[in-house]
Every structure is written in structure tokens, then in C-alpha cells.
Design a protein around this ligand. Structure first.
Ligand SMILES: Nc1ncnc2c1ncn2[C@@H]1O[C@H](COP(=O)(O)OP(=O)(O)OP(=O)(O)O)[C@@H](O)[C@H]1O
Length: 947
């Protein structure tokens, strides 16, 4: 959108400003609302439409694709465009998408009752972060507006979801808050005067930022703003910056809800410390594909894999949990207990799922009730949701056939404290449910002003009025028969129309038989319409009763709504409990359906070598669902160890590393993990750095970005961190990249003591295992059968060959002379570096007995290869291992290390010098197999041509 466009469409349109003195009262009212909402495009209610005028109208017409018309009055002609109020959502969405904030200038008094100009006021400013309309919100998602403020060197962050009333407050240094912002992922950010600028920019991270009234961030103003929400606010926050951010975000939220005072449904202002949760910043969320899949076109994420929730409440809760996994071991175990119980009790799990599938979004409903926006259908939905609570409690207590009672009759279920507490928190809110049941009609209309919303029997006066109305209508219905009888006119009929009300119609042929008390009301072509004094009287009684009943219903409804609103906090607490139950049931369902195991949790206080990661048969929760034969792998990583992982492209390095990190994230979320067995420490942070080219899908493929992420890791990682480094240094020249990768690995090991997985194509890094106590090598390899290359996807101990690229090229069918020459070149390169030890070839890959392949029982840290035996010695009968052994043996005889006997060496030596020079210049470490293959193919064709 052009900035100029934004300026003329928001606030007071210039065309209106120019005519301001002469405007009619109505346009003058429009101008006032525009002037008071300088940052928004004002939509002005005129009857059934929201209208905009002049430049604002042009924008509305263009963005919403509606016709631009004109309003002409005695003061001039004004361009005008309108959208129907009944179906405003898609148009409002277009305006929001185009970057506008929209202020709704509604008629706030009944047009029929108004004497003169109808009063209008802005009842809501719709912004990306403060939308409350269901039509504009995705179901089951959170939608936050956040504010950041800085004070005394501390950055405060507050975020509120105006549709549910949830409010979060925290603080930290700029980096910590930037990380938190990534987790909160607000739709909109408002910044105070001293707020820090974040890198990367907010626009890149996907939210809109704008500066907001500096006064709202002032300490005193913020304190006053917060007082209705929580007593003594200045004592409730850890930092001044938190108070300022919280005050400002609520000021903004109130402003967008029509500036009508405190938002009574914001009852849960939760202060938290980022350190109380597993920290996952944007890079980690992205590369672990928790909520977004970076693969083009793919949509599978960890969240998708875990989401078996049955209602919007549970979905939001699961998302919150996954964005902020726990770090408290007892809290994590408690969730595992509950998931375990639900996983064991299939009847209870299914019962819970069935009941929750009928639950409405209680959080959004109650906030609408409390804002006075809920209609009768909303209250019915609320009532229906409350009705499932007794059923859920019974289900948890094992009522559907699984219940057994012990000696004194105490129910055996739930077995775990966690589910027991949850069941106790399921507040039946009987009073509210009975009130809604008794008061609100079963199938009410959407409008609440036109009757039909209050149930018969709820209010005697209303019932009397409705009875009067009914009797009157019945009398009219009977009138036709009685009048026919009285007059003897068989064709006499009784009817009703909007203009004349009830009438008796008699054809002209019978005009002479019309009784004296008939008064003529309307003459038609072949008939006359009459009324009688009694009919008139009855009509007035009917209309009067109906109008009074409608008005009374409205009043009764508003009163019921307010009574429900007075229980907002209890309903929100119930919503929380339902949400948690749904999220737990979802985790249990996934655990059962996908064969996850409960992880054993090691306390962070344990510092012995055992307190590391020990996973048996671990799988990647997303890849295993798409890969027909996923190969499980073990992971044994003592705390503070660095695993250097080598292997060809596409062999499974990234998938393996992510599986390990995802197991940690899942476990700390409260989920079981995809493995045969898992024992895990509690981490406080997970860092990831993936290779530059892997980030292209995210549009962030600069070496600079790679280095700044690495910087963050090397600054912040510690003994309780899990670090994933995938091909660090690949974004620059080989020598520099290799140096950076090695230095980073050394620093992680020596200085930081972090547990790290380090995938690399820089084979030299495997030497670190000789030099560092807690560095060890793992690798992936491939096998071939009848010339077909197969990646085993199985991790094995030791380092892989630096010549794997060439091996893969050979296995892929590149002709012998070229492959052998390439192998020579690699060996020469090794000579030059003085590193062409036999250990570099696959044949010398080490293994430790009972190595880390699936099903292994060994939990020893894996040694570096130099003193290890080969895989041929591991003594297993695993056929895959056997084929691996064959492959390795074959490679050994073909590639043989320094001075190896190359059958086709002569042919390669005969190659023209320019081809050799070109071959030499290939940067194998930075090439993909396809690139290598193409280059080799090219060289080969030219060699053939030369021959
Ligand atoms: N354990 C496994 N079982 C079955 N298939 C797997 C396994 N691990 C990975 N794969 C498959 O292999 C493909 C490549 O895996 P991955 O991206 O992890 O390889 P990589 O070694 O990291 O490759 P590169 O070095 O090119 O980044 C995956 O897309 C997946 O389909």
C-alpha cells in the first residue's frame, strides 16, 4: 500500500476536511469520528451499511472491490462506498490484509427512537492483533497484541489476546525478550518511546509494529490503568518495564474495544519468567519445524503430528505448551503421569474425546458475554458446553464400564494426581447452566431485539404478554369463519398487510351484504377492505403486546447475559481445565496410535555422566509418518558431549539430529516420545543452527545470518543447553568455513560444556575426537546391492570417509576412470594436509562393540575411530549390518587410503591437463551429489572427446 494512500484513507479524509465548515450534521458527525481516530479508517453506520466518504471511500471501493457511488446533499457531492453490515467480515478482512486499522462508527441509539440525528460512536477499532470477531479469527489459534517497554535497562513484554482475555507479562534483556516475542508471535506489536529495535526486523518476523501513545507507557498512567485488573499493580511485577508494557497493552486493547473502560474478562494477567520454560527461539522453532514446515509446499509440522485435540480450547492449549515446554522435572512428570493414564485407559480417552468434540470455544464465548456482545445462540453454546462437564467428570472417574471401586467405595480412577486435580477443577457451574437452560430459547434467532430468545415459563409477565398476543392472533384467525357466518358472505376473507394492518375483504358483488359496523379502509379493483372497531382494538392489543414482549425479552436477555458474565472467572477456569484435558488426551492418543514411549526424566541435579541423552530406537515424529520404512536410531550423548556426525548428503544426518532435539522438546512439553525407550535430562535451552543453503526456503540465506545465529549460541549456551549445528560454515569458502566450524566445536566443548550434535561435511572435524575427551564421532553410511545405492539411514559409530562424495558418485554409476582419478585427487589433498591416515577411509571407520545401532543395549559413549575396530568385528547378525560390512570391505579394497593400488590409475594419468586442473578446482565439500555428478559427467564427456 502506498503511504500516501494510507494517509488520506485514515483519519479525516482531505475531501471531508476541506468541506468541514459546510457539512450536514451527519457528515459532520462522521468527520468528528474520523478526526478522533487518526490512525484508523472509519466506517460509519448508515442503516444497514458501513459507509466511508471521499478518499476513504476510494480506498474502500478499491480494497473491498465495491462500487464507488456518490452522496449528494445541499452542501456538495461526496464520493461514498459502503459494505453491508450483515456480511461485513470478508470486507473487513480485506481491509486488515491491506494493512488498515478499521474503526466501526456504529449507531448507538435506536434510529426510530432518536429525535433528529442518530447518535454514533466508535464501538471497536479492528486491528490485526485485537480482532475479536469469530469470522475474522482462525479457530483454535491465539491472536495477541504485544507491547514492549524499556526501563532501567530491562525490557518488559506484555501480550493480550483480546478474544479470550489471556494476558502474559514478562521481562528480560533485549535478547531474551526478542526470543519471547518469537514464541508469543503476536499479530501486532506496539512499542513505547524507549523500546529497543529488534533484529531481524519485526516485519520479517511477521508482525506489524507501530509506535503508540507515549503516555500509555508512563509509570503512573500504567499503574492507574492496571488497578481495575489487579490490586496494587506496582507490587505485582518484577520490573518497572513489565508494569509499563502491561499498562500500555491494556490501554491499547481498551481503545480498540471502544474505549469503554476496563475489559472485565481480562482476569488472568500471568507474569512469568522466560527461564521457567525451555527456551526455543525463532531459529529453533523454524529449523525443528514445530509450527511451520520449511519444505516447499509441505505442511507437516510437529504441531500437526501432535494435534489430536477435539476443540479449539485444547488446540490453543497444546500450541501454548509446545511453544513453552517446561523445565521443572516434577511438572513434566506430572503431565507424563496424566498422559500415561489416558493412554492406558482407552475408554476414558475416547469418552473424553467424544465429549470435548461437542465443546464450543468457551474462552471466546465468555469474553463475548462479558463484553456484552454475546447473542442468544452464544449463550446456548455456552450452556451446551457446560452440559458436558458432568459427563466428563464421570468419564474420568471411570463411569463408562471401566470403574472399579476399592474397599471403602472410593473410586479407583483417576489414578494420577494430575487427572484427579483436573477432574476437581471441572466446575459444573450448575447455576449458570440452569439459568441458560431456563431462560434462553432452544433454537433462538441471531437478533436479540426481535423476540424469540427467551424461553416460555421463564418470566410470568412476558408469558402474559405473549398469551395476549397469541389470543389476539387466534381471535383474528377465527374471525374469518365467524364473520362469514354472521354476514353469510362465503368469499369473505381476513388478511393483513404492513401498511393497513388487519382487514376484512369483501368482493364488490357482496357489497350490499356488508354489516353497518364495517368501516371502509381500502378500495381495490373488485373488492373493498374493511375494519371493525373490535378488529382495530384487537390489532392494537396484538401489536402492543408483541412490541412490549420483544422489548421485555431483550431486557431479560441482557440481564441473563450479565448474570452469566458475573461468573466470568469461574467459566474461564473451567475453560482452562477443559483445554488441558483436551491437550493431554491428544498427547495420549498420539502416544497410543504412533507407539510413543514415556521418557524417563533425569533430574538436572544429577551431574554424573549418565545424566545425558539415552534414546533407544528413536524416530523423527514427522518424517516417520511419510517415510514408509523409517529406520529407528539410538542416541547416547553424555551430558556436555559433542557428537560429530558425518556421512553423505541425504544419508539422514539432519533427520537424526532433529529427532534427538524433538524428543527433548516433546518430553518437556509433557508428551511421550517416538522411541523404544528414552531417558533424558531436562534442558533449559535448545539452540539450532542449520546450514545456509538449508535456509533458502525461509528466505534467509546469508552467511551473515548464519554467523549471527552462531554468535548467539556461543554467547548463551551452557551445560543445560542442547545445541544442534548442521553444516556450520558451509556458507563461505571451505578453508574459512572449516576453521569456523572447528573453532566453534572446540569452544562448545571446552568453554560452554553444552551437549551438542554437530553434522558436518568437513571431515577434518572428526580429528577432534582424538583431542577432546567428550567429543566422539558418529556417521551414516550407504550400501549397494547389484549396483543399487541404498542409504541405510542407520547411525554407526566412528567417522565416515572424507571421500564419501566420490564413493556416492561411484555408486551412482560414474565411470571408473573418473572416479579413480577423483579418489587420487582426494588422496593428494590429504597428503598435502598430512592427514591421509587410513582412518579417513570408510574401511577404517571405527565401531565399538554393541554400537549405537537400533536395538543395541550399550549406553557407553561412542569412541572416536582411531583405536576402534571395524564394523566387521561387531559380531552382530543383523543383515543390514552384514551388508554394511560388505560395503565397507568393498570400499576398503577399492579406495585403500594412501598409496592404494588403482587399477585405472594410468587412464586417469593420461587425462588432458586442463581437465585435471578443472577436476582439481572442484570444491567437493561444498557440492551436492547432483552437482558433483554433473561436473564429473561433463569432465568425462570431454575426456571421451579428447581421446
Ligand atoms: N532414519 C531414517 N529412516 C528412513 N528415512 C530417512 C531416515 N532419515 C532420513 N531419511 C530420509 O532421507 C532424507 C534425507 O535425510 P536428511 O536430510 O536428514 O539427510 P542429510 O544427511 O542431513 O542430508 P544433507 O547432508 O544433504 O543435509 C530425508 O528426507 C528422509 O526422507
Amino acid at each position: 500500500m502506498e503511504p500516501a494512500d494510507r494517509e488520506t484513507a485514515t483519519g479525516l479524509p482531505p475531501g471531508i476536511a476541506a468541506a468541514r465548515e459546510a457539512l450536514t450534521p451527519m457528515l459532520s458527525q462522521y468527520a468528528d469520528l474520523c478526526a478522533a481516530h487518526g490512525d484508523a479508517l472509519v466506517l460509519f453506520q448508515v442503516g444497514d451499511f458501513y459507509e466511508a466518504f471521499c478518499e476513504a471511500a476510494e480506498t474502500v471501493a478499491r480494497v473491498c472491490e465495491v462500487t464507488l457511488t456518490e452522496r449528494s446533499d445541499s452542501t456538495g457531492d461526496y464520493p461514498m462506498a459502503g459494505i453491508p453490515i450483515d456480511n461485513a467480515a470478508p470486507y473487513l478482512e480485506s481491509l486488515l490484509d491491506a494493512g488498515y486499522r478499521v474503526a466501526l462508527g456504529d449507531q448507538v441509539e435506536d434510529a426510530e427512537q432518536a429525535s433528529g440525528l442518530v447518535d454514533r460512536a466508535v464501538t471497536e477499532v479492528i486491528t490485526p492483533g485485537t480482532v475479536v470477531e469469530d469470522d475474522l479469527l482462525e479457530s483454535g489459534t491465539t491472536n495477541y497484541v504485544a507491547a514492549v517497554a524499556e526501563s532501567d535497562g530491562v525490557v518488559g513484554l506484555a501480550a493480550v489476546d483480546v478474544s479470550t482475555g489471556e494476558c502474559l507479562v514478562t521481562s528480560g534483556d533485549a535478547d531474551a525478550v526478542a526470543g519471547e516475542l518469537d514464541r508469543v508471535a503476536p499479530a501486532e506489536l506496539i512499542a513505547g518511546p524507549a523500546a529497543p529495535a529488534f533484529e531481524p526486523s519485526d516485519a520479517e518476523r511477521g508482525w506489524e509494529t507501530h509506535e503508540y501513545d507515549a503516555d500509555a507507557f508512563d509509570r503512573r498512567t500504567a499503574t492507574e490503568r492496571l488497578e481495575p485488573y489487579l490490586p496494587a499493580p506496582e507490587r505485582r511485577f518484577e520490573a518497572d518495564a513489565e508494569l509499563r508494557a502491561a499498562g500500555a497493552v491494556l490501554a491499547y486493547a481498551e481503545y480498540t474495544q471502544g474505549d469503554d473502560g476496563p475489559l472485565s474478562y481480562v482476569t488472568r494477567i500471568r507474569r512469568y519468567d522466560p527461564r521457567d520454560r525451555l527456551r526455543l527461539d525463532a531459529a529453533a522453532q523454524r529449523s525443528l519445524e514445530l509450527f511451520e514446515n520449511r519444505g516447499l509446499g509441505a505442511s507437516d509440522t510437529l504441531f500437526d503430528a501432535l494435534d489430536e485435540t477435539n476443540c479449539a480450547l485444547g488446540r490453543r492449549c497444546l500450541e501454548r505448551w509446545l511453544r513453552r515446554p517446561l523445565v521443572d522435572a516434577d511438572a513434566i512428570r506430572s503431565r507424563h503421569d496424566a498422559v500415561g493414564e489416558l493412554a492406558d485407559r482407552s475408554l476414558a480417552r475416547e469418552g473424553v474425546a467424544d465429549a470435548l468434540a461437542t465443546a464450543y470455544d468457551l474462552e471466546r464465548l465468555v469474553s463475548r458475554v462479558s463484553r456484552g456482545r454475546a447473542d442468544a445462540r452464544d449463550l446456548r453454546s455456552l450452556g451446551r458446553t457446560l452440559a458436558i462437564v458432568p459427563e466428563l467428570k464421570a468419564t474420568l472417574a471411570g463411569a463408562n464400564g471401566e470403574s472399579e471401586t476399592e474397599g471403602d467405595g472410593d473410586p479407583e480412577y483417576p489414578r494420577t494426581d494430575h487427572l484427579g486435580d483436573l477432574r476437581d477443577r471441572l466446575d459444573e457451574l450448575t447455576g449458570v447452566r440452569e439459568l441458560i437452560d431456563a431462560a434462553v430459547a432452544t433454537d433462538p434467532p441471531q437478533e436479540i431485539t426481535e423476540g424469540g430468545v427467551i424461553r416460555e415459563g421463564f418470566d410470568d409477565d412476558l408469558d402474559d404478554l405473549r398469551a395476549t398476543e397469541r389470543e389476539g392472533r387466534q381471535w383474528v384467525a377465527d374471525l374469518e369463519a365467524s364473520e362469514r357466518e354472521r354476514t353469510g358472505i362465503d368469499s369473505l376473507s381476513v388478511g393483513h398487510n404492513q401498511v393497513h394492518g388487519y382487514y376484512i375483504e369483501v368482493t364488490d358483488a357482496n357489497a350490499d351484504r356488508v354489516p353497518d359496523d364495517y368501516r371502509r379502509r381500502q378500495t381495490l379493483k373488485n373488492s373493498e377492505r374493511y375494519v371493525t372497531p373490535e378488529l382495530k382494538e384487537r390489532e392494537e392489543a396484538i401489536v402492543g403486546a408483541a412490541e412490549r414482549a420483544d422489548a421485555m425479552e431483550y431486557e431479560l436477555f441482557v440481564d441473563v447475559r450479565e448474570r452469566v458474565a458475573s461468573e466470568t472467572e469461574r467459566i474461564q477456569a473451567l475453560a482452562d481445565a477443559l483445554a488441558e484435558l483436551d491437550a493431554l488426551a491428544s498427547l495420549a492418543t498420539v502416544a497410543v496410535e504412533h507407539d510413543y514411549v514415556r521418557p524417563e526424566l533425569r533430574d538436572s541435579s544429577e551431574t554424573d555422566a549418565d545424566a545425558g541423552i539415552a534414546i533407544e530406537g528413536g524416530r523423527h515424529p514427522v518424517v516417520e509418518r511419510t517415510e514408509a520404512s523409517f529406520v529407528p536410531n539410538d542416541a547416547d550423548l553424555p551430558r556436555g558431549s559433542v557428537a560429530v556426525i558425518t556421512g553423505p548428503n541425504m544419508s539422514g544426518k539432519s533427520t537424526y539430529m532433529r529427532s534427538v532435539a524433538l524428543a527433548v522438546v516433546l518430553a518437556q512439553t509433557g508428551s511421550f516420545v517416538p522411541a523404544q525407550a528414552a531417558s533424558l535430562p531436562v534442558f533449559d535451552r535448545v539452540f539450532t543452527r542449520v546450514g545456509a543453503s538449508d535456509d533458502i526456503a525461509g528466505g534467509q540465506s546469508t552467511f551473515m545470518r548464519e554467523m549471527s545465529e552462531l554468535t548467539e549460541i556461543l554467547h548463551d549456551a551452557g551445560p543445560d543447553s542442547l545445541v544442534l549445528l548442521d553444516e556450520v560454515g558451509r556458507g563461505t569458502a571451505t578453508t574459512d568455513g572449516r576453521a569456523i566450524a572447528r573453532a566453534a566445536a572446540e569452544f562448545l566443548h571446552d568453554e560452554l560444556g553444552a551437549t551438542a550434535l554437530f553434522a558436518t561435511h568437513y571431515h577434518e572435524l572428526t580429528d577432534l575426537a582424538d583431542e577432546r575427551e567428550r567429543v566422539f564421532n558418529l556417521h551414516f553410511t550407504a550400501t549397494r546391492e547389484d549396483g543399487d545405492v541404498t542409504f541405510l539411514h542407520r547411525i554407526v559409530p566412528g567417522a565416515s570417509s572424507s571421500s564419501y562424495g566420490v564413493e556416492v558418485a561411484e555408486l551412482a554409476g560414474v565411470p571408473g576412470p573418473v572416479v579413480d582419478r577423483a579418489r587420487d585427487l582426494v588422496a593428494e589433498e590429504g597428503d598435502r594436509r598430512g592427514e591421509s591416515e587410513p582412518a579417513e577411509t570408510p574401511a577404517d571407520d571405527p565401531a565399538v562393540e554393541g554400537a549405537s545401532s537400533s536395538g543395541s543395549s550399550s549406553r557407553e559413549p561412542l569412541n572416536d575411530g582411531n583405536e576402534g575396530s571395524t564394523e566387521t568385528e561387531d559380531g552382530t547378525d543383523d543383515p543390514e549390518d552384514a551388508s554394511l560390512r560388505e560395503f565397507l570391505a568393498e570400499e576398503a579394497s577399492a579406495g585403500g587410503g594412501e598409496g592404494g593400488d588403482h587399477a585405472d590409475g594410468a587412464a586417469a594419468a593420461d587425462a588432458p591437463p586442463d581437465l585435471i586442473a578443472e577436476l582439481r578446482s572442484l570444491d567437493l565439500a561444498r557440492m551436492t551429489p547432483i552437482e558433483a555428478l554433473n561436473a564429473l559427467h561433463d569432465l568425462q564427456s570431454r575426456a571421451d572427446d579428447d581421446a
